[in-house]
Ligand binder design. Structure first.
Ligand code: SF4
Length: 479
């Protein structure tokens, strides 16, 4: 049985650990630069990209503002097509529903296609604790599993922080049956994995999958993907379990047409997704005989109630905001996961997690500050989410939450003391005189390298110039 996950830590602490791993940083930085180039080229060649973005925003807003109706329509359509709909208020409840369905089918093994929503509900660990083995259809997920890593570096490309040589070593050492002489060519690595997992994939009775969208009017589920691994789940098993966030509904096929044009260009710099699978309920003699749809809330309705924060629900999980973020590019997904972010990392993780988990915990409250507010994420988002605006809004919420604490944090005590001193001229000037004298005692060659106590955060990454002996304010008065 695997241990319980560690308590989340503040983002800054986790980021410091990530920064110490220079090899991973190098791999991630190189991969992100390539993704940036590909996305920029793919969006530049689309003549109507900005119009498409506006249309995507409108489609997503329309779906979210009528979400109750869309979900009822979807439930009815899925049921009419022979599927069964389950509702889960939390991630734990969704994972329990999946486990109950697997046990009801008398199975101890499932096949699982990678999807951010399955990471969000902690399915991998929940299955493990329930004694159910998961066979991965994606190479990236398998690599993480073999390496014993709990969280992906990137929510679409889980093992992007590992280079070919590392992946080769992991496969040879940890995947039974892989020969030592295996080459490091990506196609060869993928073939070796297929050869080892094919039997288990073909004999599985139950599959778990996280579709990207659901079309409410027909109850159709949609899975765009790059490698077609998810298609195994739609053909071989007898039972298909789909987990879908309630925000991922689009009203009609016309709306789907818009998001399917935005997603591949923003996600991978491709004109269209190499594989797009769609399925509606069950069909006789074609694919799984039973289909379950688990609709997951997990904080989404609370997010919908926030006029500013709700725009994050437009997200189509393209991950375009990750490679352009200077914070994500240096830290990778593990730092966001350590701050309670689960699978979602980068700018979208920094606005999603504090909204779904609240900002009372120090770790979640640290995420809106994991940004330079440079605005690059908002500029590339294909559905025009103003991520920097939401981050600032959430920072305000964190401050509000701190104000109501019975014992205010030291930073707030310091700020209140400064506000008190600065609200009166005499007090201010007296504080200034003492501050200057004290600061000059700490200076060496005109620079202060380390301030004491809480002020030390200022000098963690830079020096402070020593203040002049005679501050401007006093000189001005004497002029
Ligand atoms: S916030 Fe925008 S750019 Fe980031 S993953 Fe979501 S849709 Fe893509």
């Amino acid at each position: 049985m695997s241990p319980l996950p560690p308590a989340p830590s503040k983002f800054a602490v986790a980021a410091r650990q990530a920064l110490a791993d220079t090899g991973r940083r190098h791999n991630l930085s190189r991969a992100m630069a390539a993704l940036r180039r590909r996305r920029a080229a793919a969006t530049a060649e689309a003549p109507d990209w900005e119009r498409l973005r506006r249309a995507g925003r409108a489609v997503r807003d329309r779906a979210l503002l009528s979400l109750d109706t869309q979900l009822e329509t979807l439930e009815q359509a899925v049921t009419d097509a022979g599927g069964t709909v389950h509702w889960a208020a939390t991630g734990a409840e969704a994972a329990r529903i999946v486990i109950d369905l697997v046990r009801a089918g008398g199975q101890t093994e499932v096949i699982k296609a990678p999807a951010p929503v399955l990471g969000e509900i902690g399915l991998e660990r929940a299955l493990e604790r329930a004694g159910i083995a998961a066979v991965h259809t994606g190479l990236g997920e398998l690599v993480l599993h073999l390496a014993g890593e709990d969280h992906p570096a990137h929510f679409l490309l889980p093992a992007i922080h590992r280079d070919r040589a590392e992946i080769h070593r992991l496969l040879v050492r940890r995947l039974p049956g892989v020969p030592e002489e295996l080459g490091t060519d990506p196609a060869e690595l993928a073939d070796a994995v297929r050869a080892q997992t094919r039997e288990r994939l073909l004999s599985a009775r139950i599959a778990v999958i996280g579709p990207a969208f659901a079309v409410a009017e027909t109850g159709t589920l949609v899975l765009p993907e790059g490698d077609g691994g998810g298609r195994v789940c739609l053909t071989v098993p007898e039972t298909l379990i789909c987990v879908l966030g309630i925000d991922q509904v689009v009203p009609s096929w016309r709306d789907l047409e818009v998001v399917l044009q935005l997603l591949p260009r923003a996600a991978a710099g491709e004109r269209m997704s190499p594989y797009v699978s769609t399925w509606t309920g069950v069909s006789e003699h074609d694919g799984p005989a039973r289909m379950h749809l688990v609709l997951l809330d997990n904080g989404r309705t609370a997010m919908l109630a926030d006029r500013v924060g709700r725009s994050a629900l437009r997200c189509i999980r393209c991950a375009a905001c990750l490679p352009v973020c200077p914070v994500y590019e240096r830290t990778g997904g593990a730092a966001y996961a350590a701050a309670g972010g689960g699978e979602l990392s980068g700018p979208i993780g920094a606005v999603w997690t504090p909204q779904t988990r609240g900002v009372d915990g120090a770790a979640e409250a640290s995420l809106p500050f994991a940004s330079t507010l440079c605005g690059a994420c908002g500029d590339v988002c294909p559905v025009e989410i103003d991520i920097p605006g939401v981050l600032v809004h959430l920072r305000g919420k964190v401050v509000q939450a701190r104000r109501s604490l019975p014992v205010p944090p030291p930073e707030m005590v310091l700020m209140r003391t400064l506000a008190w001193a600065m609200s009166d001229r005499r007090r201010y000037e007296s504080t200034l005189r003492r501050g200057v004298r004290w600061a000059r005692l700490l200076a060496r060659d005109g620079r202060i390298q380390r301030l004491p106590g809480l002020l030390g955060k200022w000098t963690e990454a830079r020096d402070l110039p020593a203040p002049p002996r005679d501050p401007f304010r006093f000189r001005w008065r004497r002029r």
